[in-house]
Design a binder for this molecule. Structure first.
Ligand SMILES: *Cc1c(COP(=O)(O)O)cnc(C)c1O
Length: 280
């Protein structure tokens, strides 16, 4: 059972409830992070907190005091004897609160979820890869990690495939990112991924780009195009929980030979091998 810090105490999440007046519920106003903790150590915590600050600021949520408290709340919980080996995620949420002052949210609420009941990806799942369903819209205000995923979910319900996530593709055919992951295409020996200005500044994306450059992969930061998918050798998505996952199909288009490929596997190995560098 997940634990949640809310209203100044740590409690089972089932005992926590936001007031129905909160704008997170009424209008989808909220920002959050998912921070992976490996054996008691948070991974890239400071990068996540920096992004949470950007998200809150971008959303007009006055979160300075809350932002200062979140690392202390996380550390306090992780320092408890029974959580020394905690393996799971920490999810801090900042909601709009009850007051909308012309698109500014001066009295936000917050809560922090600690959940060890996460899905760990099996070797078999890694060998199968994932399929994505095209979502032909641009994600608005992409630098904000918003709690509102509605417009990312819609194409999932309209498809009968076993899709893992949707893939945002602009009306101009530019691939930006997936529902809750960044997207990489491998083609002609290059890794191609959308620039930071068009997607969420993914923590895993940034780490994969660093490791790719350090290890002699050539990288192009531009949007992969939908009409390049059929010619791609491989594709993969990145995110804090999934780390690196091969994409074997996008809509009707099979990627490469329809099986996870060596580049995605190499990037995942590099990620695992270098994790220590981002442990905090
Ligand atoms: C969370 C998320 C990502 C991945 O970010 P990480 O920091 O790597 O976990 C990418 N895109 C969207 C839309 C997301 O919500």
């Amino acid at each position: 059972m997940a634990v949640c810090f809310y209203n100044e105490e740590y409690r089972p999440i089932s005992e926590c409830a936001l007031p129905l007046t909160d704008l997170a519920i009424q209008r989808g106003v909220g920002a959050f992070e998912s921070i992976r903790v490996y054996e008691g150590r948070p991974f890239a915590l400071s990068l996540h907190l920096e992004r949470l600050a950007l998200s809150a600021d971008g959303a007009g949520i006055a979160a300075e005091d809350i932002l200062a408290r979140i690392p202390l709340i996380a550390r306090e919980w992780l320092s408890r004897e029974e959580n020394k080996k905690f393996d799971g995620i920490i999810k801090p949420y900042i909601t709009g609160g009850d007051i909308n002052d012309g698109g500014k949210f001066p009295k936000p609420r917050f809560f922090v979820v600690f959940d060890s009941d996460i899905h760990k990806i099996s070797e078999e799942e890694r060998q199968n890869g994932v399929e994505l369903e095209p979502n032909r819209v641009a994600r608005p205000y992409p630098s904000i990690k918003s709690t509102n995923y509605l417009f990312g979910f819609i194409p999932l319900s309209k498809s009968d495939r076993n899709n893992f996530e949707t893939l945002y593709i602009t009306p101009e055919g530019e691939i930006t990112e997936a529902l809750s992951s960044n997207f990489f295409m491998c083609k002609g020996g290059k890794l191609i991924t959308a620039p930071e200005s068009k997607v969420l500044k993914g923590v895993t994306r940034e780490i994969i780009l660093t490791l790719a450059r350090e290890n002699g992969f050539s990288v192009e930061e531009r949007c992969p195009l939908e009409n390049e998918l059929a010619e791609a050798d491989e594709a993969f998505i990145t995110g804090s929980l999934k780390e690196v996952r091969s994409v074997v199909r996008v809509g009707k288009i099979k990627i490469g030979n329809g099986k996870p490929g060596p580049v995605a596997q190499a990037m995942h190995h590099l990620f695992i091998k270098n994790m220590e560098r981002w442990m905090e």
